[in-house]
Design a protein around this ligand. Structure first.
Ligand code: FAD
Length: 432
């Protein structure tokens, strides 16, 4: 386990640079960013100018595309474990820092799809501008009409007609689709709905955002937050036509692609969630040790229950971080598929931890904790989202339970052997 904490000299240097950048540039920019988001009819048109300034600074510092691990020649050559330490720092300012270093969802997952499965032409057209931070992207899987946590339910049709695919479907909660910089969608649908293998019915196609037939109907809100300028949008695809060269990997290989994409995406969310939890704990400590805030003759931290909450938060964050680092390490030692179990465990544990930590911090802040004066309410919306997005808790738990329970016959056989052995020992009069 000790090796999980080791950072190469290069990673240590990046860690220091990124910590300074997030603390001295991103954190002070957080409120500026929110104030620059467009109002009224500008809401989905304006990109806060501070973001481009931050991106330029991050690039000049070499803090750019850190997520694309050393398996890809296009990336900066870090391991997933090294990135876990760095990604955590960006989670402290989640609306600003990840994008400032070009490591924000859903682009990271989409870039990894292009890097892993893209043809040279697809890479040139989409991966290059995404990695330069010139355009943004969206991943369109979830559908309005069907339970999408079981992706075999997806109904969007991808029908081949000559040299083109014709796409018809109704998606929603498509993150990033409200952003004027979003130039490309990866759309999941069924190209072979009658295939007997229900995991070979799906394909993923590249759809340029300006293709005729795409109707972005409305941005959805989470607890009232619309997350402009990116947004999470409801979209209709009506007879949307793209060339067959826009397929990713090949027809019927959609599940393979999403498995490659969602694993790393999920663990990145967990890494950032640890950073969010650390900032939450700092806000808590700052508030409860404030000498001017006293109840019943003491500062809040002097009340035993409040102090115990602080300790509990520390324990939960540290435990969750270990699980995230372990999953990242496993991805390095196998691959995203080999680490599925560890990623699933982290994906359940970490958002629940973050939600509890936020709840305790909000309680200690009193009414202020629920207000716009602190980031806690927005963080809470994010934590609650993570328990549903990229697969709800229950789906991961079901898969984990299935794997654990597979050990049942082995464990029963071992117990039976132990009982026989016990009888033998008893029969011999306890001489081993
Ligand atoms: C802010 C936000 C951003 C999102 N971004 C994207 C995006 O960019 N692209 C995209 O495609 N989607 C996105 N989503 C959608 C998200 O991935 C889905 O909402 C999620 O996969 C669940 O699908 P569903 O909403 O259809 O719920 P359903 O599949 O209908 O599931 C509903 C509930 O049923 C329960 N359930 C399901 N399966 C089981 C089971 N096996 N055992 C017990 N209970 C179960 C769970 O409690 C689950 O929450 C986003 C969602 C949010 C909130």
């Amino acid at each position: 386990m000790a090796t999980l904490f080791e950072m190469s000299p290069r990673c240590q240097e990046l860690h220091k640079k990124l910590t300074d950048f997030v603390q001295n540039d991103c954190l002070p920019a957080e409120e500026v960013f929110e104030s620059q988001v467009g109002k009224g009819d500008q809401r989905w048109k304006v990109i806060p100018p501070i973001m481009e300034e931050l991106k330029a600074k991050a690039k000049s510092l070499g803090l750019w595309n850190l997520f694309l691990h050393k398996g890809y020649p296009e990336g900066p050559g870090l391991t997933n474990l090294e990135y876990a330490h760095l990604c955590e720092i960006t989670g402290r300012v989640p609306r600003v820092a990840p994008e400032a270093i070009n490591c924000s969802a859903p682009d990271t997952g989409n870039m990894e799809v292009f890097a892993k499965y893209g043809t040279p032409e697809q890479k040139q057209k989409y991966l290059v501008p995404l990695m330069n931070g010139q355009i943004r992207s969206a991943f369109a899987m979830t559908e309005y009409a069907v339970s999408s946590s079981d992706a075999t339910n997806i109904e969007t049709s991808i029908e081949r007609v000559g040299d083109h695919y014709i796409i018809n479907g109704h998606k929603w909660w498509i993150s990033g689709a409200g952003d004027p910089r979003c130039k490309v969608y990866l759309v999941m649908g069924k190209s072979d709905p009658r295939n007997k293998d229900k995991y070979r019915q799906q394909s993923i196609v590249i759809v340029p955002a300006d293709t005729p037939g795409i109707d972005v109907i409305r941005p959805m809100q989470v607890f009232g937050y619309d997350d402009a300028p990116e947004g999470h949008c409801e979209i209709k695809f009506t007879n949307v036509k793209v060339p067959v060269s826009n397929i990713i990997l090949g027809e019927g290989r959609g599940f393979e692609v999403i498995q490659g994409r969602l694993g790393p995406g999920r663990i990145h969310h967990c890494m950032r969630a640890i950073g969010m939890a650390e900032r939450t704990l700092e806000l808590m400590i700052e508030r409860v040790t404030d000498p001017s805030r006293r109840t019943f003759g003491k500062i809040l931290a002097r009340h035993g229950t409040v102090a115990a909450d602080v300790a509990r938060m520390r324990i939960e964050i540290n435990a969750a971080r270990l699980m995230v680092l372990q999953a990242a390490d496993k991805i390095d030692k196998t691959d995203a598929k080999g680490a599925m179990r560890d990623i699933a465990m982290a994906k359940v544990l970490v958002p629940n931890m973050l939600q509890r930590v936020l709840d305790l911090a909000m309680q200690a802040h009193g009414a202020a904790g629920l207000s716009q004066d602190f980031p806690l309410a927005r963080f809470y919306a994010g934590a609650r989202t993570l328990r549903i997005a990229d697969g709800p808790d229950e789906v991961h738990i079901q898969q984990l339970a299935r794997q654990e329970l597979l050990r049942g016959s082995d464990i029963r056989a071992k117990t039976a052997a132990m009982k026989i052995r016990r009888q033998e020992i008893l029969a011999k009069g306890s001489k081993l």
